[in-house]
Design a protein around this ligand. Sequence first.
Ligand code: GDP
Length: 425
Amino acid sequence: MVKAIVGANWGDEGKGKITDMMAEQADVVVRFQGGANAGHTIKNKYGKFALHTCPSGVFYENVTNIIGNGVALNVPVLMKEIEGLVEKGVPKPRLLISDRVQLVMPYHILFDECEEERLGGNSFGSTKSGIAPFYSDKYLKIGIQACELFDEPYLKDRLENICIQKNPVLTGLYHREPLNAEDLFRTCMEYKDMVEPYLADTSSFLWNALKEGKTVLLEGQLGTMKDTDQGIYPMVTSSSTLAGFGAVGAGVPPYEIKQIVAVSKAYSSSVGAGAFVSEILDPDRAEELRRRGGDGGEYGATTGRPRRVGWYDCVASRYGCRLQGATDVALTVIDVLGYLDEIPVCVGYEIDGKVTEDFPTPRLLERAKPVLETLPGWKCDISGIRKYEELPENCRNYIEFIEKHLGFPITMVSNGPSRDDIIYR
Ligand code: GDP
């Protein structure tokens, strides 16, 4: 069976930790979308890691890790990541890369940088990893699939066409040097040597694994609010972050997805620009939560950028869980809130004088103001607790208050960064 682990919010909910934890009981872990633009932070017996491309099952020798066809694969970044794991004593991971995956090319990153520069203050806050230009090319049908690396004449033709398409914009709009098909071909051949040992027909591998009764985890990147269609467009990422897309981006039958764990952090955080209704606007209060947040503060795993932080947003999270099709909610990083006397929770949005509990379209979202309810804090350290009944009453009330507003069952509560910091309900 397939289980998906996805973000209910803006990303950075702690999916890496939950995946690493669930991978212990799994046979295969698959990344199905996104690229090296966001990271998953994992802390375990080998140390602390920020994974950008590797699936979070790489720490288990019995797990096959798959980079699915839906991923934006930056080959050198992946190679460096694997080297980094091995250097820190992790056994060389069992890894398969879909022969249909497409490659992030250096010009995707260049276009990303140029466009952010052109937009200046109005930019989308891109991590400049080439993700938007990559997915644009994929749907323009000028992307490069890994399997094309093995058909040199065909590839050369494609690269020449890419230069014809891209150079007028590159030179005319961005005033940069034009691309050269021969250079691109050389880069492709370097990538070919790097990926060749890992390439496989991964959808067929997964089909067989499922027939044999194996457990497959789909690991999402970012969260519902960053989904191209259902998120806060245009402040979104360029691939679908939804569990449903897992079927496409991994190549598994949709009916095999039996469990969908929507990971939701016990407070909110978001990187980059865009509406963020429950954001804490007082700079000192925000800085305190940012500093205490996550494991070592709320700073981007890929960029080191400080994340914007806010109170838990029931409106956005309920919408986030609904679009994911959550069967379970994992509420994470709740231990961090132990310092607060009282904890505001956003239970509604006020838009043009009217209060709603429904997540609005992006244009209306810009005008939304949070309706906050304040709950008492628990004022103690809850890390180390393993039984739900042993949590302080105010902490349980906080969890149950959120669960009631979500309408989805919180079956896991994470109270620390490590694998075993988990309370099952
Ligand atoms: P992801 O992209 O969804 O995996 O999230 P990130 O890796 O960006 O952020 C999660 C951060 O919180 C990481 O530093 C984790 O080690 C940490 N983390 C995960 N769960 C918990 C938790 O329950 N408590 C604390 N304190 N930190 C956690």
